[in-house]
Design a protein around this ligand. Sequence first.
Ligand SMILES: Nc1ncnc2c1ncn2[C@@H]1O[C@H](COP(=O)(O)OP(=O)(O)OP(=O)(O)O)[C@@H](O)[C@H]1O
Length: 299
Amino acid sequence: MAVIEVEQLHKRYGDEVAVADVSFEVEQGEIFGVLGPNGAGKTTTVECLAGLRTPDGGRVRVLGLDPARERDALRQVLGVQLQHSGLPDRLRAREALELYASFYRRPADVPALLDRLGLTEKAGTAYKKLSGGQQQRLAIALAMVGSPRVVVLDELTTGLDPHARRATWELVEQLRDTGVTVLLVTHFMEEAERLCDRVALIDAGRVVAVDTPAGLAARAGQRQRLRFRPSAPLDVEALRALPEVTAVSRHGSLVEVEGTGNLVHAVTSLLARRQIIAGDLRVEQASLDDAFVSLTGNR
Ligand SMILES: Nc1ncnc2c1ncn2[C@@H]1O[C@H](COP(=O)(O)OP(=O)(O)OP(=O)(O)O)[C@@H](O)[C@H]1O
């Protein structure tokens, strides 16, 4: 059974349509990404899932519960980390967790959670005095303190340094390993590629694609690009004549070859036959980034 069901969700703010028509389903134990440009309707969608906003149309269910009507039951099974935590500045990390733990029937062990999020040393520090990364980790801990079966994380790693970002990704993977279903709103393609089993790409309030990160990247085309510096003069016409090659260009001593299929093998074999070495060889495949740009209207 799908853990999260969103069917033709529609939500307006006055005359402004934030979510025109969004549908997707998330299966048990998945890390499901919601991607899209600014203002696409991602936060509004997750707020409807969390029962923080009431949809104007369509149907939303989380573990079979209607978030708008069954908020109390939903709160026991859903953990939410939103973009702005709204915690009082002077509340200490441990106090915040203990307070939140008191709302739940099956709270997690607070000292163990602090430890898991690397916050033990900061347990007595006021929220305002935590660094951005520590505040972020506290927000994740708050989303986990009720031992939820589903967790919604909105822009989880925005503002984190690369080290903290990786540590946070490991936390999300640990969550998934314990059977928790994760819905992740993100702007970072690297994050989606690394973490998500599937992603929904949303643009202007509509779903433009739901697929695996690799599947989405493939929709951006099978294009590949090779760049290298040949160790000896190279006749680019010979490269152009290869069936895999669609374009060849020179940039100073650098040769750039675009093509499809087994491009790397075709080009390196030709070079080997001519006893030319490909220095500084780089291979680029179409990425989720390319898919994002091409599927969301190049904005
Ligand atoms: N409280 C609100 N009142 C009025 N309009 C709003 C409100 N919240 C969002 N909107 C509008 O709804 C649209 C969707 O916003 P939403 O925050 O859901 O997008 P998003 O995809 O999460 O964007 P971002 O990536 O920038 O966070 C935007 O045009 C936004 O201006």
